[in-house]
Structure formats: structure tokens, C-alpha cells
Design a protein around this ligand. Structure first.
Ligand code: PRP
Length: 208
């Protein structure tokens, strides 16, 4: 799993525990998720290329830095929306595209229902946001879609991943680095991550 970075520290471990706990209320779930998303954004930003320029402080001229490429965030609807605000706070210049994918509960295959993304994907770093990487079907479909639209520099940001999903995404898109805060044990027969946290979309939006 050389493409995989597990972003971890004691604060993330504490917040993952809030997410796992079935007693956690929606507002606590959202807050914990939001904090983990900040940490993911910071870690992923280590991949960003920079440009140098001169900046004038009140005292003298020194080196300044900015991002070399536009950043495009692409949340996979719905659950990916839960990660967007934290990423935008860390990367205020980011543009946001949306991909609507719903996993069929019987076949576990993703069905697409919406797509809208900014222009110039080919010159951007494209970060797909989806808290759950389960079978990997949704994320893999999202990258296939985005690459067909011109994306060629992509990153996956997830909160919790199953080994099966990491394997599929790595096989389908070996060029895409995967970031997650938690690599769990396995999938069950219904395609849920174990021990997991349930369904991130339902728990974020209160649609259980
Ligand atoms: C969940 C989750 C991912 C997908 C992961 O979405 O948010 O998008 O399943 O599963 P996969 O890796 O096996 O494809 P779901 O279809 O439940 O839709 P939702 O985001 O609207 O809850």
C-alpha cells in the first residue's frame, strides 16, 4: 500500500473514537469530522508545489510563497460535503466541483447522478473528498470521470478506509495518492467498513 498515507495523531485518534461511537450526536459527529478534515488538508498540502516571489515587509524585501497550481476540491455527494468546509478554510482559493454518486445497496456499484466541475482541470490539482473508502467503487468511478474531463494530478482524501477499497483504488488509479485518517479491518457482506463508524452521510445529515 505504497500509495497510502495514514494521517494520525492523538487528536485524530480521539476524534475517530467520537465518530465510531454510536451514541455520538449529529453535531458532535460533524465537529469531530471537521477537525479531522483540517488535519487531512494540512497533510495533503505537503504535496502542493509552490512558487516563490518577493514580498515587501514593513522593513525589507523577502521571499514569499504561493501555490503553483489551482486547487479543485471534488466532494462525492453526499457524504463528501462534510469535508468541504474545512478544506476551503485551509485553501480559500480552492474551486469546488461536485460528483453525485450513490452506491446501489444490492450490487454495491456506484450510480452517477450529478456532475459539475470548474474548467481547467488539466492544470489543477484535484482532490476528491469522500469520508468513506469502502469497496472503492465510488472513488474509482470519480477519478475515472475526472480524468476523462482532463484531470491528471489527483489526490484522494478519505476519513476511514477498508483495505479492499485501498486495493481497488490503487489498482485502478496507481497515480493517485490516498490519504485517510483510519485504515480499518475489512468490509462486511453489505459493504460496510468494520469496525467502522456506520454510514458517514447518514450520520452527518441525520438521515438514519
Ligand atoms: C457512501 C460513501 C461513499 C461510498 C463508499 O455513499 O459516502 O461515497 O458509499 O462506498 P464504496 O467505496 O463501496 O463505493 P452512499 O452511496 O451511502 O451515499 P451518501 O454519500 O449519499 O450517503
Amino acid at each position: 500500500m505504497k500509495n497510502l498515507t495514514i494521517v494520525t495523531n492523538p487528536l485524530i485518534n480521539r476524534d475517530i473514537t467520537y465518530l465510531r461511537n454510536k451514541e455520538t450526536k449529529e453535531y458532535q459527529f460533524r465537529l469531530a469530522l471537521r477537525r479531522i478534515a483540517y488535519a487531512l488538508a494540512i497533510e495533503i498540502s505537503k504535496e502542493f508545489e509552490e512558487i516563490e516571489f518577493d514580498v515587501e515587509t514593513p522593513l525589507e524585501i523577502t521571499k514569499g510563497y504561493n501555490l503553483a497550481k489551482p486547487i479543485v476540491l471534488v466532494p462525492v455527494l453526499r457524504a463528501g460535503l462534510s469535508l468541504v468546509n474545512s478544506f476551503i478554510e485551509m485553501i480559500p482559493s480552492a474551486k469546488v466541483g461536485h460528483i453525485g454518486l450513490q452506491r446501489d445497496e444490492t450490487t454495491l456499484k456506484p450510480i452517477d447522478y450529478y456532475y459539475k466541475a470548474p474548467k481547467n482541470l488539466e492544470i489543477s490539482k484535484v482532490i476528491v473528498l469522500d469520508p468513506m473508502l469502502a469497496t472503492g467503487g465510488s472513488s474509482s468511478a470519480a477519478f475515472t470521470f475526472l480524468k476523462n474531463k482532463g484531470a491528471n494530478d489527483c489526490v484522494m482524501a478519505s476519513l476511514i478506509a477498508a483495505p479492499e477499497g485501498v486495493k481497488k483504488l490503487t489498482e485502478d488509479h496507481p497515480d493517485v495518492p490516498i490519504y485517510t485518517a483510519m485504515l480499518d479491518r475489512e468490509l462486511n457482506k453489505s459493504g460496510f467498513i468494520l469496525p467502522g463508524l456506520g454510514d458517514a452521510g447518514d450520520r452527518t445529515f441525520g438521515t438514519l
